[in-house]
Structure formats: structure tokens, C-alpha cells
Design a binder for this molecule. Structure first.
Ligand SMILES: C[S@@+](CC[C@H](N)C(=O)[O-])C[C@H]1O[C@@H](n2cnc3c(N)ncnc32)[C@H](O)[C@@H]1O
Length: 220
């Protein structure tokens, strides 16, 4: 089983200092929600984000959406050999049931995430998405992988197909991909750092490369 973690994702509700910012208030009003119920999104809230520490990399639920669509629609997932987790900058951890059919539509995805932050389990009866407070260290203790790889632009240079072969040497490896647009991991300081290409790639491209190259060896 391959465990894929989208880590330190920029998925969060607006933090207290910007709850009364006009960009947040107007957007919440348009959506018919309270400011503290909406997902922070740099497309709509960039004026408010400028006031926050790390504001240039926050509010990127679109990265989580694209990574999840790619991972969950993959052949590896359909064959039951993939587990996906989303970890956020605030240590909210989402357990993703492999059978979930995620909304393709971005606005509907945001609505789903808003429900998840509120209810902690969606849909209530099936629990296809479940959110808990959990650090990456605690998640690693729980999964107990036999190898941890951190995808990193400046890691050990490895061809994508070679990485697939390396993954196949392990029974339950964990692969960590950063769910943020710029900069480096803030807290993930463990694992073997692997670079698949000489330049920075988008997180969802790395997700695809990891999964497709794992499929070469994981699927009979
Ligand atoms: C858009 S990158 C994040 C920031 C990146 N360092 C930058 O400045 O553009 C998102 C994630 O994709 C993965 N990634 C990006 N480039 C990579 C590469 N060349 N090889 C392996 N993983 C990469 C890393 O996990 C990274 O955290």
C-alpha cells in the first residue's frame, strides 16, 4: 500500500486577524455564510492575505483539489493500493476514503471543505472525509511506514521511473508532497528527500509522477 500525504497544505478558514477584512466579509456575504465558515482562497482574498504572515503562500485550496482529483481517479487508487491524506498548515488532518467521488467543480469542492471544517465528518452517515487535529509526526507514528520519502525540489536527483522502482522495495512506504505554492516545508524535517526533476514542479504534477511510476511496479 502506498501512503500519499499532501502535507502542510494551504487549506484553512480565515484566521482571526482578517475575519473583519472587507474582502472576507463581502465574500462571505455573497456565499450566504459567516466569515469564520468560509475557506480562505487567495483568488478572492488576496487583499486580506497581504496582512498575514506567509500571506503570499496561504489560501490555496485549489492545490488540494487538483492533487486529490489526480490521486483518487488514478488506477492505483481504483486497484485499492493507495491511501491519501491531506495535512494542513494548522495540523488539521483529513483522512480520505479511497471510494469518495470528489466534486470536479471547484466551487462545490470549497462547499465540501467548508462542511468538513464544520462537521469534521462528511457525509455524516458515510464519513468519506474525516478531519482530526494531528501533526505529521503523529500521522507517521500511526501509519508506521517502512520508508518515508519527501518530494523536494532540492532532494536526491532520481528519475521518476527509478523512484517507482525504489518505492516497490517497500511494503508500506509513505510519500510526502508539499501542498503549498512557494517556499519550503515549515516543519517536515524527516524522511529521504527526493527530486524528480531539475526545476520546481506543481504539487499535482508530482502526485501524478509518483503514482504513475508506482503503478509500473505495484500493479501486476
Ligand atoms: C510548488 S512546489 C512547492 C515549492 C517549491 N519549492 C517552489 O519554490 O516552487 C509543491 C511541492 O511539489 C513537490 N516538488 C516540487 N518540485 C519538485 C521536484 N523537482 N521534485 C520533487 N518534488 C517536487 C514538493 O513536494 C513541493 O513541496
Amino acid at each position: 500500500m502506498l501512503h500519499l500525504i499532501i502535507a502542510e497544505s494551504e487549506l484553512e478558514l480565515p484566521p482571526e486577524p482578517i475575519l473583519d477584512h472587507p474582502a472576507i466579509l463581502n465574500y462571505a456575504k455573497r456565499r450566504g455564510k459567516r466569515p469564520e465558515e468560509i475557506i480562505l482562497d487567495s483568488t478572492y482574498h488576496h487583499a486580506a492575505l497581504r496582512k498575514l504572515e506567509d500571506g503570499e503562500r496561504r489560501g490555496r485550496p485549489d492545490i488540494v483539489h487538483l492533487c486529490l482529483l489526480n490521486a483518487l481517479e488514478s488506477i492505483l487508487n481504483r486497484e485499492g493500493k493507495l491511501r491519501v491524506y491531506v495535512h494542513t498548515r494548522n495540523d488539521d488532518l483529513i483522512y480520505v476514503n479511497p471510494e469518495i467521488r470528489l466534486p470536479r467543480n471547484y466551487t462545490r469542492f470549497l462547499g465540501l471543505m467548508e462542511s468538513l471544517f464544520k462537521e469534521k465528518t462528511v457525509p455524516k452517515d458515510l464519513g468519506l472525509l474525516r478531519m482530526e487535529k494531528k501533526t505529521m509526526d503523529k500521522l507517521m507514528d500511526e501509519i508506521n511506514p517502512d520508508a518515508i520519502f519527501v518530494m523536494h525540489e532540492k532532494g536526491e536527483k532520481t528519475k521518476p521511473w527509478e523512484f517507482g522502482r525504489t518505492l516497490a522495495e517497500f511494503k508500506d512506504p509513505a510519500v510526502i508532497v508539499g501542498g503549498f505554492p512557494h517556499g519550503d516545508f515549515r516543519k517536515v524535517d524527516f524522511g529521504r528527500r527526493v527530486s524528480l526533476y531539475g526545476e520546481s514542479l506543481m504539487a499535482w504534477t508530482v502526485v501524478n509522477e509518483v503514482i504513475v511510476n508506482a503503478e509500473r511496479y505495484y500493479l501486476p
